[in-house]
Design a protein around this ligand. Structure first.
Ligand code: AMP
Length: 187
């Protein structure tokens, strides 16, 4: 069973790789950022609440996301595995997911896509998303360091962390990820 959390700074290639791998393994790619962007586009109550945070590059408050993630992971297509991209983003979200895994007697592995800072900024500036302004990028990197990077230790302490060098060609990174998936499936 493949249940993966993709961790890594903004611009590390999490979204691209998670989507690709999910297609290969045939499990859902669950991106909280994508869910939020759709909610913003559809102007739902969630989208209206989330937009200002997203535009600034700040994290959307946990209470807007936790039930959403619980519901998404309980859907039928997620029963054969999933790849979570962009969640958890802080220790309280990680603790929530930990509890959820225990409640449902499931386990998951965390993949940290490791990319040096100077590569990240160039990638982000070249992407052209509406929250990819230099200022929002700076905030997102700061938020990553302060809120999200501590999760590397959180999962390391639980011995479920795998580190993948994200500063290589897309195909090379994908191959490393496929390797991790096949090791897990062999377990
Ligand atoms: P992403 O597509 O993962 O880069 O997310 C884009 C934006 O959505 C982030 O900058 C946050 O504002 C928001 N977001 C996505 N996932 C989360 C999360 N797990 N917790 C809080 N905010 C999130």
């Amino acid at each position: 069973m493949t249940r993966l959390i993709f961790l890594g700074p903004p611009g590390a290639g999490k979204g691209t790789q998670a989507k690709l791998l999910a297609e290969v393994v045939n499990i859902p790619h669950i991106s909280t950022g994508e869910i939020l962007r759709s909610a913003v586009a559809a102007q739902t109550p969630l989208g209206q609440k989330a937009k200002a945070y997203m535009d600034k590059g700040e994290l959307v408050p946990d209470e807007l996301l936790l039930d959403l993630v619980r519901d998404r992971l309980s859907q039928a297509d997620a029963q054969s595995g999933w790849i979570l991209d962009g969640f958890p983003r802080n220790v309280s979200q990680a603790a929530f997911l930990d509890d959820l895994m225990q409640e449902t007697h499931q386990t998951c592995t965390c993949v940290n896509l490791d990319v040096p800072d100077e590569v990240l900024v160039n990638r982000l500036l070249g992407r052209g998303r509406s929250d990819d302004t230099p200022e929002a990028i700076r905030t997102r990197l700061e938020v990553y360091r302060k809120e999200t990077a501590p999760l590397i230790d959180f999962y390391g302490e639980r011995s479920v962390l795998r580190v993948v060098d994200g500063d290589r060609s897309m195909a090379e990174v994908t191959n490393s990820l496929k390797q991790i998936v096949s090791e897990q499936q062999g377990q």
